[in-house]
Write a protein that binds this ligand. Structure first.
Ligand code: ARG
Ligand code: ZN
Length: 884
């Protein structure tokens, strides 16, 4: 949509539709240049609403005709609406015919072509780019879809539900008719047509029903679908076992497409995936890819209940399905990981992601509540706040009512709302009503502030021990910073899972029953909790498992953090202590404006982790990885990306050198023998070996040693899987070793025909640690590379998002060249794909917290973009919020 001022939609303006559409009969004559869409809608007035015209949404459509009950009718086109002023009072059949041009649809919303096949993406408002409709999630209909296309070019014709008939037509064309028995909103509609092949699996579920599972991909990609199929089967089994939610369709299809704006989409019975979130083989995908694919396949499958069977009344409720479904996929990944330690690794990774993405969002120009109050472009609100913070909110329900209580709440939610389009309030009510008298139910109204208040609450803890009375008093305070449009915040309901340790690390009993862990519910600005019978001064372990999405300042000394790091029974807090030790040093150096020097105590602590006989390699890798630069920036009122980078690099170099022999031993000790499997144990070993190798090559670069770079190159060449190969290549590139260039060249030659691997090749170079502007120059040169294109979102992101969002030191330059580049690229992408452009635009979210000279230069670049008259509504909203 190209409009100077897109209207702002307010949550509180919600009104029911004035008409319902109960049945949809769609037919497509598919052609890349001109597809004919015929839509027959069974429409009825919504008697609960006052009489009014019928207004249908439509964008980029070429309208051919409009009939009501078979006869012509007068209508007008008003902006993006088709208006019928005097529709019949009784139920009627509305027939619309229009054409669209899928091959010119570079926005990848609606019906488009990719690699010679047809695909759709309708969430949030893509259906209106296919035909005129009440394109809003509270209008749910039963769909029958007929597809007609050239049989040779498009042998596979898919839509939602069950195939009811198919056959051949004249002129080499064929057809297929699909019927989806479940009423659904238009955003869950999907069509796929092309020359695809499928991996198939028949399963019988617990409920005793037979189902056909299919994963459709391009011909050459079939052997890369095994992991996705296994993940799908595991997801089906898990949802039945954990939540009693069975698969409700005879056929469940998953399709991969190379051009896709997001990760994947949960269309009813026909999930469509970005190939990056679907295809994996040991030779081409890393352990992280395998894990991500498993969780995204699960996520989309879980939407079948949380999203599809129960959907959202309006888009402000997006987190109703997304927060809940992310929570479910996170729980699934933890259950799949198995051991407590492997579960903790999952949790740590999720929290790290939250802190790297959502915390900055919550403190930047785009800060918004989990349930936003207004938007001008809904696609801009598929955010880390709605998804990841939303998931943390669901996790807090579970913490407050317990796992059993949460399951009971879910059961009630489906009993009440199956087949409906509902709100976050309905979800909250179901969980609370299933748990009367619980810590949640008694504070439900204040708990729901998590949906309405933006910003990350700051919790401060202060402990006081009285040896005479053996009492430990814990004073907790909370405060949520102001965010755009929200200055005054009320206290949130914050579950603080906690325990107390003695100086030697032993867990102290918190009550007469000897419990060593408790959930404190902080729901006031300030509260005091007293623990009696505490024999010696304790070390508090607070917010275990990251029990709430807050920033905790507990003022613990290094000595106390060391106790937690070594002894806490909660693995999350052990990791957290290691991060805090590192963070404290980095922040100290930054605040003092001094070069960073790691203390022997810190080095010894890290050595202790690395050489620990019992800790899992995966955990060690996480504990020994320094906090991310974005997270460090979050701790400062104003930040200098170059100073942060310098401090992190100094810490890394010192850690590399001080632990040289230990890294070498860890590298040798964590080699995985035998064939590749992406299980938590072997992937943990590979992760630690790769970290060790990076450290060793980094150190070699400083000392002039050539042995480790040589070993890394050898490992790169001989690797039998992508995790090791990319790990070795990263070690060389990140250290700027002389062997990096030949390795990169060799890598490109090896994988030149595999787009997903070439994406990694671009991203790796764009994410390399900046030094003397080398990385930035390289990225600029790579935009001219024959393989680079802005048209494919994965490829565009591999360079642009990697540089602008994942590499602060390369992006934020004193000469502002990074911002000039950003502005150029945002405008160039905006002309092709507004959704993608607005993602890249968000690299500037935190400009106001930048130190000078970055701040002024960033503002100027944003203002230059905002001054362009024909921006998409997507980018316009981002830059205008940035400047507000
Ligand atoms: N519902 C999808 C998922 O999270 C994401 C679709 C987002 N689409 C969009 N155009 N923003 O699984
Ligand atoms: Zn989702």
């Amino acid at each position: 949509m190209r409009e100077g001022t897109a209207p702002t939609i307010q949550r509180l303006d919600y009104q029911q539709p004035t008409f319902w559409i109960r049945k949809v009969d769609l037919s497509f004559d598919l052609d890349p240049a001109k597809t004919i869409v015929t839509s027959k809608l069974q429409v009825e007035r919504n008697r609960a609403m006052p009489h009014g015209p019928l207004r249908l949404h439509g964008e980029e459509l070429n309208l051919l005709r409009v009939l009501i009950n078979g006869a012509g009718v007068s209508f007008r086109q008003e902006g993006h609406e088709l208006v019928i002023d005097n529709p019949p009072d009784e139920d009627f059949l509305l027939e619309i015919r229009n054409t669209i041009c899928p091959e010119k649809n570079t926005a990848l919303s609606g019906l488009y072509t990719s690699g010679g096949s047809f695909f759709t993406q309708c969430e949030a408002e893509g259906f209106r780019r296919i035909t005129y409709f009440l394109d809003r999630p509270d209008v749910m209909a039963v769909y029958t879809v007929t597809l007609r296309a050239d049989a040779a070019k498009y042998p596979v014709l898919l839509s939602n539900g069950n195939l009811t008939s198919s056959g051949s037509l004249d002129n080499g064309r064929h057809f297929a008719v699909w019927h989806d028995p479940f009423p659904k909103p238009s955003y869950l509609f999907a069509v796929v047509a092309g020359d695809l092949v499928a991996r198939e699996q028949r399963i019988r579920t617990r409920a005793g029903k037979d189902h056909l599972l299919q994963v459709y991909v391009r011909r050459g990609d079939l052997e890369k679908t095994e992991h996705a199929m296994n993940s799908l089967i595991a997801s089906i089994v898990w949802d039945e076992a954990r939540f009693g939610l069975p698969l409700d369709l005879e056929r469940f299809m998953v399709v991969g497409v190379s051009d896709f704006n997001m990760g994947a989409m949960e269309n009813k019975g026909l999930n469509i995936f970005n190939t990056a979130a679907l295809l994996a083989s040991p030779a081409t995908a890393t352990d992280a890819d395998f894990a991500r694919i498993e969780s995204i396949v699960a996520h989309e499958y879980f939407h079948n209940w949380t999203g599809n069977r129960v959907t959202c009344r309006d888009w402000f409720q997006l987190s109703l399905k997304e927060g809940l479904t992310v929570f479910r996929d996170q729980e699934f990944s933890m259950d799949m990981a198995g051991t407590p330690s492997a579960r903790a690794v999952c949790r740590i990774q999720d929290v790290r992601q939250l802190r790297a993405m959502q915390f900055p969002e919550d403190s930047g120009a785009m800060a918004h509540p989990v349930r936003p109050d207004s938007y001008s472009e809904i696609n801009n609100f598929y955010t880390s706040t709605v998804y990841e913070k939303g998931s943390e909110v669901v996790r807090m329900y579970q913490t407050l009512v317990g796992r059993k209580g949460f399951e009971a709440g879910m059961k009630l939610y489906f009993e009440r709302h199956d087949g409906q389009a509902v709100t976050c309030d309905d979800f909250a009510a179901a969980i609370a009503d299933a748990n009367p008298g619980s810590d949640l139910a008694t504070r439900l109204d204040s708990f729901k502030r998590w949906y309405s208040q933006a910003g990350t609450p700051r919790v401060t803890a202060h402990g006081e021990y009285d040896a005479a009375t053996q009492a430990f008093t814990l004073r907790l305070t909370q405060q949520t910073p102001a965010t755009p449009g929200q200055t005054d915040k009320l206290p949130q309901v914050i579950p603080v899972v906690m325990g107390l340790l003695d100086r030697h690390g032993a867990a102290l009993p918190l009550d007469a029953n000897g419990a060593t862990e408790r959930v404190l519910v902080l729901d006031q600005a300030e509260q005091t909790f007293v623990f009696n019978g505490i024999a010696s001064e304790p070390v508090p372990s607070l917010l275990r498992g990251f029990s709430a999405p807050v920033v905790l300042n507990d003022g613990l000394s290094d000595a106390a953090l060391l106790v937690l790091m070594r002894h806490d029974s909660d693995p999350f807090n052990r990791w957290e202590a290691s991060q805090r030790l590192a963070l404290n040093r980095i922040l100290h150096a930054l605040r003092a404006g001094q070069p960073l020097t790691l203390s022997p105590v810190f080095i010894d602590a890290m050595r202790g982790v690395l050489n620990h006989p019992e800790l899992d390699p995966a955990f060690k890798e996480l504990a020994l990885t320094l906090p991310g630069e974005a997270y460090i920036a979050e701790q400062l009122d104003t930040f200098d990306p170059q100073a942060i980078h310098a401090a992190v690099m100094a810490a890394q170099t010192q850690l590399a050198s001080a632990l040289r022999d230990d890294w070498a031993a860890a590298f040798e000790a964590n080699q995985v023998q035998g064939g590749y499997t992406p299980d938590p144990v072997s992937s943990g070993k590979r992760a630690l070996a790769n970290l060790a190798l990076s450290m060793l090559v980094l150190d070699a670069q400083a000392t002039g040693d050539t042995v480790w770079p040589g070993k890394a190159y050898q490992r790169f060449k001989d690797a039998s899987n992508m995790t090791d190969r990319l790990g070795a290549l990263s070690a060389l590139v990140n250290a700027n070793a002389a062997l990096a260039a030949p390795a990169l060249e060799r890598f490109h030659a090896l994988f030149k025909d595999d787009a997903l691997v070439i994406d990694k090749w671009f991203a790796l170079q764009a994410r390399a640690p900046e030094a003397e502007g080398r990385v930035f120059a390289r990225v600029k040169a790579l935009t001219k590379h024959a393989d680079f294109t802005l048209k494919n979102p994965n490829r565009a992101r591999s360079l642009l998002a990697s540089l602008c969002m994942a590499n602060p030191a390369a992006f934020h330059r004193a000469d502002a060249a990074g911002y000039v580049f950003w502005a150029e690229q945002v405008l160039a992408v905006d002309a092709i794909n507004p959704q993608l452009a607005s993602r890249v635009a968000r690299a500037m979210d935190r400009w106001a917290a930048l130190a000078e000279p970055y701040r002024s230069a960033a503002r100027e670049a944003i203002a230059r973009v905002a001054a362009k008259p024909d921006l998409s509504s997507d980018v316009r909203e981002i830059v205008e919020r940035a400047l507000a």
